[in-house]
Ligand binder design. Sequence first.
Ligand code: ATP
Ligand code: MG
Length: 507
Amino acid sequence: MTNRLFDGLMEAGRRDPTKRFAVLPDGRNYTYGDVEAVSARFANVLIGLGVKPGDRVAAQVEKSIEALMLYLGTVRAGGVFLPLNTGYTTSEIAYFLDDARPAVFVCNPAARDGLAPLAEKAGARLETLGVWTSADRSAGSLFDAALAAPEKFESVARAGNDLAAILYTSGTTGRSKGAMLTHDNLLSNAAVLRDTWRFTADDVLLHALPIFHTHGLFVASNTVLIVGASTIFLPKFDAEQVFHYLPQATTMMGVPTFYTRLLADERLTREATAHMRLFVSGSAPLLAETHREFEARTGQRILERYGMTETSMSTSNPYEGERRAGTVGFPLPGVALRVVDVETGNELPQGEIGVIEVKGPNVFSGYWQMPEKTAAEFRDDGYFITGDLGLVDPDGYVTIVGRGKDLVISGGFNIYPKEVELALDELPGVVESAVIGVPHPDFGEGVVGVVVARGALREEELTAALKERLARFKQPKRIVFVDELPRNTMGKVQKNVLRERFADLLS
Ligand code: ATP
Ligand code: MG
């Protein structure tokens, strides 16, 4: 009997338990033997707390190697790991606990008293997990219990279609939905990324992403585990630490804001990155300009890929071959991708913009406790409707032009915000932009450009410049200036926040 995901991920690491898994900023050296032992300790504790196969183990904890071991321990115990964004407030946590009904809820030691009533109401056993330091060796009740628990555990048998995790989507377009991910969803994606991005046991991945999201938890961590590679496991993105550890790394994965922050630092040079094998970007669109600037400064071409909480990774630029700026590359092996008409759902000819649909072993099994939503987002032939708009170019590269929910319909015309954003971004003085639709008395919706400018720019200058570049119906009715675009922790622009803020601009 096997535990599909854990045994699959540990196949390489088990061959050499002395091999290093993680370099930690506190100086500890974490081996694959430690991964085996500490995940076993957590699994033993969870079983002792009454976790049964299929039970959810929710965690809102700071990033730490122990938090990652809690994920693996949950999987080994047959449970379903459910990480929660550390930024969620008490009332948001109340919603998630009520929705997910976890058997165990793990929080930061400092948050315990405030969250205890919520855990009790949801019927969850409350435990704490903090960050271990050499000065303060007690890092919460779960940590202490794990220290006292045996370091051997026979993993609970789980098959490929059993659930391993429920991950809530980022909530960029509305209330977060719980995506149910199976052992096979996660294992198959890790194997595909390993092959596509040529990961080997010699790799050292610089890990500065949060681990409550698919990018840091699955894309980065599972890909390292499955080949028995190492990770430099940083608590968060901090330029000082990144430049300190970069010489030891061979690869890095980041959201676009990591790359713009690196570019803003003069320590980013060709020499500083010459030893790096691969930089990967995803979770939000990487501006073609960032891609070009990064290459000009370092000689490295960032590899952009595309995925979602629901699907893990679906497309990637090639490892060998052209990494094309502004595109997300090709469907990964095993993933079928098509573009369909927004209204009819019929497949579109190559080159036309429509809704992207995907099918493959990576695609989740449904939204937690939302059977109607699940049914509505899958086609009869098994394709999942991503809600993202895009096209496939003649060479097969996929380009994402935005989200269906951000499409602006003005006077009966469809306007893809990305096209207007690209036109705005090219104008001198424009740092970046977001284009939204807001209520308009005549046209239903009107286009509004929200711009971050370098120095003083006037609205009229930009509107005049766009007249030559865009058809009239695509031209913004108003352009407003902001100091920065609202972004969430994954670097995604929150267009809903902008739509609310400028709702009355055209009425
Ligand atoms: P919610 O579904 O709750 O509104 P979300 O879609 O932002 O939130 P995630 O699953 O974290 O939650 O993000 C997936 C989305 O991120 C994709 O659907 C896509 O819109 C965007 N995305 C991911 N990678 C890229 C990329 N390389 N380029 C453009 N967009 C990307
Ligand atoms: Mg989404």
